[in-house]
Design a protein. Structure first.
Length: 560
């Protein structure tokens, strides 16, 4: 007999470990096996006082026993379980919700994911962990960053969880949480208003169904952030391609700015890898994953093809964005409205949708969208290339202020996406201004805690050190704790410093080949030009932000 042990949400980890050991020994003596997977189990023994809400147990025999009895008499518990286990019936959603709000959540699993998979992903994870531990809860947070899933949640942890707390700004695969109570929010709210979001989670969590993943998004968030979320999904997948390509292009310049033009040289090979291949994939990946976010896998093929067409006809990143949304919504419309006999349904995702959606998107891009968007991109590139100092400074001020307004939020990401998108058109000035200004908030807050130490608490001074390091890495979010506490002074201080940095970067004609990495990109010769003036721009903005906030910040005890 294969037996599955499941802990009740209210039981502690240490106790359940001991019970597992003695129960497994009793089972082995009776020639039974303790298994880890629900599918392999013939019977499930729940250690605790309440049955879990786990649809995977449907059709299984389940026996509920309190922890003390299982520990003191494991042989009797095993015998009673085999004799008296009954068929499992999942608790209703309302019953689970009442237990959740009345008894309090003890076991929480969480998933965090932001568009770039860097700052907000991990900072919101830390906020969730810190708050949960303050409440005395068991918590496990899985981060979906650029390197994949970190700290992955196991099936056993899913089965024992009272609540799945999802803080994600992009679409993520949540199928393993099928049947669990789930609450969804953004990484920004999870980071800045953690207690508020958990309070809402206890009241508003709903049972998640994997088959209807796209329908469980909270209505208000879907309406306000649906398009933004799809766009950021594309940007997050495009970013590694652009970073790699940009740095490899920069490496080719080590041999001379025009050394790549000589065939057969290492410089030419590097340019082929970075500019010809990596940058060639940039727009198709952007378009493909926008479509993927909208229509799941059936949208990927038409999105990639539409992005390739946008790239080949000169429509650039604007064309890629248009083709991505077009492909996603066309694929979704076909999936939702084209009805086939049950025997042919399997053909829809691999034949019908890719064929029809790709055909529609391709024809629209070639005959309708392509030429007008290509003209817009050409005009924009010519404008940026021929900007006079006045217009360049104005653009730098706008981009710099946007990067510092919400520090990783929608406005920041809009400016960032603009800079990244123009890299494909060999327009490197906006990207330099964007990254330089994006470093200012976190660097400025770190400097302010040093300049006005007496105005900051000990925790804030420690946070200032961390903020400074994050700023060096081009992670604006390091300033968020300061902005959340004192937004009316922090945000204007950061925007003034960022606007100055953006203006100086454009005035100096600074060019940046790689869209991420912060100050450490300086280690790649040719990635930033001119280096010294670029550093001057960053230092000037940092100084303005740091000194300004240090001057206007009230003492800690005066700040409400």
């Amino acid at each position: 007999m294969n037996i599955l042990l499941i802990e009740d949400a209210a039981t502690g980890k240490a106790k359940t470990f001991l019970v597992r050991q003695v129960f497994a020994a009793a089972a082995a003596n009776a020639s039974h096996n303790v298994v880890e997977n629900t599918a392999d189990a013939d019977i499930a023994v729940v250690l605790g006082n309440t049955l879990p809400h786990n649809p995977q147990l449907n059709g299984k025999k389940v026996y509920l026993v309190d922890l003390e009895s299982a520990f003191s008499a494991p042989e009797k518990t095993l015998s009673d379980a085999l004799d008296h286990a009954s068929d499992y019936v999942a608790p209703t959603e309302s019953a689970v919700g009442n237990t959740l709000s009345a008894a309090g959540v003890k076991n929480i699993v969480a998933v965090t994911a932001c568009p770039t998979g860097v700052a907000h992903t991990f900072m919101s994870a830390e906020a969730i962990e810190a708050y949960a531990k303050q409440q005395g809860w068991n918590v496990k947070v899985e981060t979906r960053g650029q390197v994949g899933a970190g700290n992955p949640i196991s099936p056993e942890e899913v089965a024992g969880a009272d609540l799945v707390f999802v803080a994600a700004d992009i679409d993520v695969d949540l199928s393993k949480f099928d049947g669990k109570l789930m609450y969804r929010t953004s990484t920004g709210l999870a980071l800045k208003k953690t207690a508020q979001e958990f309070d809402k989670a206890f009241k508003e969590a709903k049972v998640f169904t994997a088959a209807a993943q796209s329908a469980v998004k909270q209505e208000v968030k879907t309406e306000k952030k649906g398009i933004y979320s799809h766009l950021m999904t594309g940007v997050s997948h495009m970013l590694p391609v652009v970073v790699a390509g940009g740095l490899i292009i920069a490496l080719s310049f080590v041999f001379g700015i025009e050394a790549f033009k000589e065939e057969g040289t290492l410089a030419a090979a590097l340019m082929q890898i970075g500019g010809g291949s990596a940058f060639g994939l940039m727009i198709p990946v952007l378009s493909g994953y926008i479509a993927y976010s909208i229509a799941d896998r059936p949208g990927l093929t038409p999105g990639l093809v539409g992005g390739m067409l946008a790239s080949s006809i000169g429509a650039g990143f604007l064309g890629g964005i248009i083709s991505g949304f077009l492909a996603g919504y066309v694929a979704k419309a076909i999936a939702d409205h084209v009805k086939l006999p049950p025997t042919m349904n399997a053909l829809k995702p691999i034949l019908i949708i890719p064929f029809l959606a790709t055909l529609v998107v391709g024809l629209v891009m070639i005959y309708i969208v392509g030429e007008p968007v290509a003209w817009i991109m050409t005009s924009m590139t010519e404008f940026l290339t021929g900007m006079q100092s006045g217009s360049a400074i104005l653009l730098g001020i706008i981009l710099g202020a946007m990067m510092c307004f919400d520090m990783g939020g929608p406005v920041n990401k809009a400016a960032y996406t603009f800079g990244v998108g123009l890299l494909a058109s060999a327009s490197y000035l906006p990207m330099a201004a964007v990254m330089a200004a994006g470093m200012v908030p976190a660097l400025g807050m770190g400097l302010a805690t040093f300049l006005a130490r007496k105005k900051f608490s000990a925790n804030e001074r420690e946070g200032g050190k961390a903020s400074f390091v994050l700023g060096l890495c081009f992670i604006s979010e390091g300033a968020i704790p300061f902005a959340a506490r004192d937004p009316m002074r922090v945000i204007p201080s950061c925007m003034i410093g960022g606007a100055l940095t953006g203006a100086l970067s454009m005035l100096f004609g600074a060019k940046l080949m790689a869209p991420h990495g912060g100050i450490f990109v300086l280690a790649i010769p040719g990635a930033i030009q001119p280096v010294l003036l670029y550093l001057v721009a960053i230092l000037a903005g940092t100084a303005v932000t740091g000194f300004l906030y240090a001057a206007i910040k009230p003492k800690e005890e005066e700040l409400v």
